[in-house]
Design a protein. Structure first.
Length: 51
């Protein structure tokens, strides 16, 4: 599996600790992106969808 932030391969030990990221740093960077609204959900969820 690859880290969602830096795209490095995540080893089994780090996967257990930081999944789906490779390190605490990548996990924190992703959280910072959500908090600063760099990452956001662009469309409302459709609860009636059968997907």
């Amino acid at each position: 599996m690859r880290c969602l932030n830096c795209k490095k391969t995540v080893n089994a030990e780090n996967f257990k600790k930081f999944q789906p990221f490779c390190s605490a740093r990548c996990k924190s960077l992703d959280l910072a992106d959500w908090l600063s609204e760099t990452n956001k959900i662009s469309e409302p969820l459709d609860m009636n969808s059968e997907d």
